[in-house]
Design a protein. Structure first.
Length: 307
């Protein structure tokens, strides 16, 4: 058995003890291997991936252009292993010389691993995004708006709501306001509306005041979703937006109760989404809808700020 396999198996056992909703750990994709040793000689490793997003890539709306992402293999070493690996990563960055602007170091780790959290904070990373999950039925919510399926003819209304969410998130989360944001959003939303994906509008007096955009994905061994969620068919909540004048009135709760029922009808075992803990709206709203953090995406911008 290779050292990598030993680390994967030990990490799977540790994750299972931390959070029962975590999937089994899979070996990371091929990349640049970073290793470190603890004082007692125990070795840990990580796989480093470097990506530069093209200028017209939609990913640049929620990501730095140049990204260094580390997938740690700590076995059962916990915070001590994380600290040692982050020190080795810092030395590797000294050789790589990442961009001074619009770059980031990113690492995703189980939200309930408090030992690793201390090490991540000490090295300058911040918990900018979480992957949160929800399972179980949605309680009924009194109707305050009319909800209907969005169609290609609703593109402008959908775009306006999506841009409102983008604008707010850029102030309190990982979203980046790019000059071509409107074009990128319009193109992506037009494609999803044309494909008939699950997307609903909340209307008051014929005016769209809320949006929920979803998808259905399958988590299975070997795909990305399977590395984050237990096997099964999951509903993904990509975007929820309520216009400022309608916030606090129950539109968001009604939209999500509706979406949960519809996604369950499509055979999903649960739903997941991303939200930013620094966001004063989403950090309150999503726990009230039954979501709780499963993974935390730690980040430092620019990449060279990693300590």
């Amino acid at each position: 058995m290779t050292v990598g396999r030993v680390l994967v198996d030990a990490q799977s056992a540790r994750f299972a003890s931390i959070d029962p909703l975590l999937p089994a750990v899979a070996a990371p994709a091929d990349g640049d291997v970073v290793t470190a040793a603890l004082p007692d000689g125990t070795r840990v490793a990580g796989v480093l991936h470097h990506q530069v997003h093209e200028r017209r890539s939609p990913a640049r709306l929620w990501s730095a252009t140049e990204v260094w992402e580390l997938a740690p293999l700590l076995g059962g070493t916990g915070g001590a292993g994380m600290d040692a690996l982050l020190r080795a990563w810092r030395k590797r960055l000294d050789l790589a010389r990442p961009a001074e602007h619009d770059s980031a170091c990113v690492l995703t780790w189980p939200s309930r691993d408090a030992e690793a959290t201390r090490a991540l904070l000490d090295h300058g990373l911040v918990p900018l995004t979480v992957i949160a999950v929800r399972r179980g039925p949605s309680p009924p919510v009194a109707g305050v708006a009319t909800i209907r399926r969005a169609t290609p003819g609703d593109l402008e209304a959908v775009l306006a709501l999506a841009l409102a969410e983008l604008h707010y998130s850029s102030m309190v989360g990982s979203t980046v306001r790019r000059p071509d944001a409107v074009e990128l959003k319009r193109r992506g939303l037009a494609d999803r509306l044309a494909a008939g994906g699950p997307m609903w509008l909340a209307e008051r007096d014929g005016v769209a005041v809320g949006l929920v955009e979803c998808a259905v994905v399958t988590a299975e061994p070997g795909n990305w979703t399977g590395s984050r969620l237990q096997p099964g068919r999951w509903g993904y909540v990509n975007c929820v937006s309520v216009l400022p004048g309608a916030r606090g009135s129950g539109v968001g709760r009604q939209l999500m109760a509706f979406a949960h029922r519809e996604l369950a009808r499509l055979g999903t075992v649960g739903t997941y989404l991303y939200y930013n803990p620094p966001n004063p709206l989403s950090s309150v709203f999503w726990p009230r809808q039954g979501y709780r953090p499963l993974w935390t995406m730690w980040e430092v911008r620019p990449a060279g700020a990693l300590r």
